[in-house]
Design a protein around this ligand. Structure first.
Ligand code: BG6
Ligand code: MG
Length: 215
């Protein structure tokens, strides 16, 4: 492919925050009286806060009204924000910095395409902000992954057609979003979970720009 841009999911691809989302959701489930496992959590990855809450509540068979839902989402976010407030630059996942710098050297544009409304504060606290040309986060989209909106906006702001961009994702919903938007996609994680991606790698150390051009 004619590679001009890369769009990265943030949580679980660039930084090790997927574990904190899981811990906060599991704590909420426990307070509500049911267990929420790591397998259950796969369906929440990449999905917006409110859509994640809906999935979690349906697992627990709980049907709250809109006001209670707002309160539950705020409770989970408060714990999550506490967990990430202690984040250090060493929670940047292996290979991220090397790849982002290599892309810069090659003149390939970089974007964040994240569902998270906390993306900006994570990018600032880890010092990663300046390595991205474009940042699309949960505050700038109205449709959650698997809708391709977040990636299409990223490509549009880079002024690139989707066929010239590669999306990096650790979530099933994100891979579906990339495919729906007409992007090539690299799954970061396990092949059994991310099988629909064009290629699956365990982490960003395991991909080169040459391999990406061959997609
Ligand atoms: C995604 C995460 O990046 O952001 C999801 O994979 C999370 O787990 C979503 O629910 C929304 O994040 P936030 O920070 O806005 O609650
Ligand atoms: Mg993710």
């Amino acid at each position: 492919m004619d590679l001009r841009g890369c769009i990265f999911d943030l949580d679980g691809v660039i930084v090790d925050t997927a574990k904190y989302h899981f811990q906060a959701w599991r704590r909420l489930a426990r307070e509500l009286g049911f267990e929420f496992t790591m397998e259950d959590n796969e369906a929440l990855k990449g999905v917006s806060r409110m859509a994640s809450l809906d999935i979690l509540l349906s697992r627990g068979g709980i049907v709250p009204d809109a006001k209670e839902k707002e309160e539950l989402a705020a409770r989970k976010n408060k714990w999550y924000v506490e967990l990430i407030s202690g984040m250090k630059p060493d929670e940047i996942l292996p290979g991220s910095l090397r790849l982002l710098k290599a892309l810069r050297r090659e003149g390939i544009l970089t974007a964040i395409g994240s569902a998270s409304k906390n993306a900006g504060s994570i990018l600032n606290s880890t010092g990663l902000h300046d390595l991205f040309d474009v940042i699309i986060d949960g505050n700038r989209i109205s449709r959650a992954k698997p809708d391709p909106e977040v990636f299409l906006k990223g490509a549009e702001e880079m002024r690139l057609p989707p066929q010239t961009c590669v999306v990096f994702e650790d979530a099933q919903a994100g891979i579906e979003a990339a495919i729906a938007g007409g992007f090539k996609c690299v799954g970061v994680g396990l092949p059994e979970v991310l099988g629909r991606a064009d290629i699956v790698i365990p982490d960003l150390r395991k991909i080169s720009i040459k391999q990406m051009r061959n997609l």
